[in-house]
Ligand binder design. Structure first.
Ligand code: NAP
Length: 312
């Protein structure tokens, strides 16, 4: 049950900052957290929402790196679908000047996930053929754009022509509607020499045909299971095709590969500043409409990012 209510803003503790939230992005894990199905359980009641952008209103006496008026983004497990958040100041990141706070909110989790996956896990190189599942969703659409920025050719897979139009506008060369075509056959036709990389944030029935589209030595990266179904891949396929199946989980990547994480984050910030990436906001809601926003994401209908705009 999600409802909108007035609650007191917590007092500032040492090391914390209070942020007036201007926009929050809805990510699929928010749906899982609300449903109690995320790997990290949060005892209710809590304020959902894992990603926001806003303006610092006040900092605790011991905080040096931020001042009131700074434009920042923040991510966490909960707390973003609110007018204010009180968080550890060190978790806040500056928003480059000139970047709209709604775009800054829409950019973070999806693009950072996609970029770490492509750059470090899949090691995408110029000229690679990359297949992206869920290509109309937050992570998928970011992967489409960022793979093209890395010089790859992208095949976008999604369930509607609207999503695929947007994926094509973000750089996909081939588009496949898996709701109307046989995915395995369509991938064979689109990529006769096979794919180098598959990025899979969906799972379920799509994963195996996508893995079959790889040529010998290709890389398959599992990022999530938005379909609600964890696929079982026959290992004979892995043996026969000589492919690698790799996994990505944000928190673990930060912990185990801190240097690459830092490098990728710098590269991504530069791409945003240079406007080489342009997050697609498919729907915008007010805070009062937060339930509708969560439902849009929960049912897989969102195109690009869903944003809650608190400036309206
Ligand atoms: N590993 C990590 O660190 C990490 C980080 C961020 C997100 N994730 C995960 O990545 C996945 C995608 O996140 P997202 O923010 O991109 O989600 P999203 O915007 O909602 O997109 C998910 C896509 O999954 C497909 N889908 C199929 N069945 C669905 C269903 N029953 N409900 C919802 N979507 C369904 C849809 O594509 P079709 O058009 O093909 O139906 C949809 O566009 C989630 O599982 C999320 O938890 C993982």
């Amino acid at each position: 049950v999600v409802e909108v209510d007035d609650i007191p803003t917590p007092a500032l503790a040492p090391g914390q900052a209070r942020v007036r939230i201007v926009a929050a992005a809805v990510n699929f894990p928010d749906v899982l957290v609300v449903a109690g199905e995320y790997q990290i359980k949060v005892p209710p009641p809590f304020v959902p929402g894992s990603e926001f952008a806003g303006v610092v209103e006040a900092v605790a006496d011991d905080v040096q790196r931020l001042v009131a008026g700074d434009r920042v983004t923040g991510t966490g497990i909960v707390g973003a679908f609110a007018e204010e958040a009180v968080v550890a100041a060190q978790t806040l990141q500056p928003v480059p000047s000139g970047v709209d706070l709604r775009l800054a909110a829409a950019f973070g989790v999806a693009h950072r996930t996609a970029y770490h996956v492509l750059r470090s896990v899949a090691d995408v190189r110029e000229g690679d053929e990359v297949v992206v599942l869920g290509a109309g969703g937050g992570v998928g659409l970011a992967a489409v754009r960022l793979a093209t920025v890395l010089g790859a050719t992208v095949t976008a897979v999604a369930s509607s022509s609207r999503k695929l139009e947007v994926a094509a506008a973000h750089g996909a060369t081939h588009v496949i509607d898996h709701s109307t075509t046989d995915l395995r056959q369509a991938l064979r036709e689109a990529l006769p020499d096979g794919a180098d990389v598959v990025v899979d944030p969906v799972g379920g029935q799509l994963s195996e045909p996508a893995l079959r589209s790889l040529h010998w030595g290709g890389r398959f990266v599992t990022v999530g299971f938005a379909s609600g179904e964890i696929p079982r891949i026959p290992l004979n396929l892995v043996l026969l095709k000589g492919v690698q199946i790799l996994g990505f989980q944000f928190i673990d990547f930060v912990m185990h590969r801190p240097d690459e994480f830092a490098r990728n984050e710098q590269e991504l910030a530069a791409l945003l500043e240079q406007r080489r990436i342009d997050p697609h906001v498919g729907a915008t809601f007010t805070l009062d409409e937060v339930v509708a926003a969560l439902e849009l994401v929960a049912t897989g209908q969102a195109v690009g990012k869903v944003v809650i705009d608190l400036s309206r």
